[in-house]
Design a protein around this ligand. Structure first.
Ligand SMILES: NC(=O)c1ccc[n+]([C@@H]2O[C@H](COP(=O)([O-])OP(=O)(O)OC[C@H]3O[C@@H](n4cnc5c(N)ncnc54)[C@H](O)[C@@H]3O)[C@@H](O)[C@H]2O)c1
Length: 332
């Protein structure tokens, strides 16, 4: 991968784990983190940071020029639920931001990573084993910006010979930064509530099946696709990637294996339920496996165990968690 690397939207859920992983791999000074929000004073962010609003071509251009950036990870965007609430702003940030990033990258010869999403599909897409190349008619503003972004990245690669690459990420589960207002946020919130209160009220219906991935796998995928041998890539942009598919009821069962007294109930939010019902239940990620050897490490059980252990330790409930874990695994 061409360095130095600029990460936009670096203070978000993905950026706050991607930046440390990139710094570990390429060196602290080779990674320039940026966001419209400046990190809070005293926040332990190591390494260079620049404030960039991605709707400003001038700000992007100055930082890319000053640091002689080679690759841009463009993470700044509004997520699905927020985008549906503020569709005009979502268009400005998601599409306006990507267009300006691509234009600066074209002029200053940078590679670009663009994170698309299962949101780029719609109700007419086959929902099971969703193919890599299929119908994409999303009905949410988020989805409209994601499928448009995929096409724009393809266009810049074909028309200007740029190295644009990307993934269609599923719902991401992380124990670091809180989620940013997406439809799959329940799969993170449920762990906090399970550890603190042994109870969670879910905003999606019990049988809503969606693809998910643990953040360490997502970060690995984002780095591997940019490092992949270009001559093997047929698709370049918008690779389907997934690790497992799960419903809220199944995730609650997986948690109950460790915390037997955990309970879940449901108060369905019609906006987020409608978005989830328009997304794939399971994606076919065979193109990513064939073209750059994608292979996730965490399945549902491994993710659940790691989330509970890591969050339990962080929330100061280590003793309680260990007792439950011992009880749950007695006789395993
Ligand atoms: N988290 C997921 O489950 C998921 C799944 C699929 C795809 N994605 C995509 O990955 C990317 C990052 O997602 P995330 O979960 O980290 O989102 P997030 O909402 O947690 O973070 C987005 C960051 O962008 C910043 N931002 C917002 N407007 C900006 C602007 N005008 N200029 C600069 N920065 C701005 C925000 O301050 C925030 O730190 C997004 O494109 C998202 O659509 C996320």
């Amino acid at each position: 991968m061409k360095t130095p690397i600029l990460v936009t939207g670096a203070n978000g859920q993905i950026g706050s784990e991607l930046v440390p992983a990139l710094r570990e791999r390429y060196g602290e000074s080779a990674i320039i983190a940026s966001d419209i929000r400046v990190p809070a004073p005293g926040c332990d962010s190591d390494g260079p940071f620049e404030r960039i609003d991605v709707t400003s071509r001038r700000q992007i251009g100055e930082v890319v020029g000053d640091h002689r950036i080679g690759t841009i990870y463009h993470m700044a965007a509004l997520l699905s639920a927020i985008a549906e609430d503020r569709p005009q702003t979502a268009w400005e940030i998601n599409m306006g931001g990507l267009y300006r990033i691509l234009e600066v990258a074209r002029r200053q010869n940078c590679a670009v990573f663009f994170p698309s999403s299962i949101g780029a599909f719609g109700p007419t897409t086959p929902r099971d084993a969703t193919p890599q190349d299929t119908i994409q008619r999303p009905t949410s503003m988020y989805g409209v910006t994601k499928v448009s972004g995929e096409l724009l990245c393809d266009y810049y690669a074909a028309r200007f010979g740029m190295d644009t690459r990307g993934l269609r990420l599923p719902g991401l589960i992380s124990n670091t930064a809180p989620p940013g207002g997406g439809t799959t946020d329940y799969a993170v919130d449920i762990f906090y509530q399970a550890i603190r209160y042994r109870h969670y009220t879910c905003f999606l219906a019990a049988d809503t099946r969606l693809d998910m991935m643990y953040m360490p796998d997502a970060v690995t995928a984002m780095i591997e696709v940019m490092e992949a041998d270009a001559s093997r890539l047929v698709h370049r942009n918008a690779f389907n990637v997934t690790a497992f598919d799960v419903t809220p009821a199944e995730l609650a069962d997986a948690i109950r294996r460790h915390l037997p007294d955990f309970e879940i109930d449901y108060e369905v939010d019609p906006v987020r339920q409608a978005i989830a019902d328009s997304w794939p239940r399971t994606m076919d990620d065979s193109a990513a496996r064939a073209e750059w050897d994608w292979n996730p490490r965490f399945d549902l059980a491994a993710m659940t165990q790691d989330m509970l252990r890591t969050l339990g330790r962080r929330l100061g409930l280590v003793g309680r968690w260990r007792d439950h874990d011992r009880e749950a695994h007695h006789g395993d």
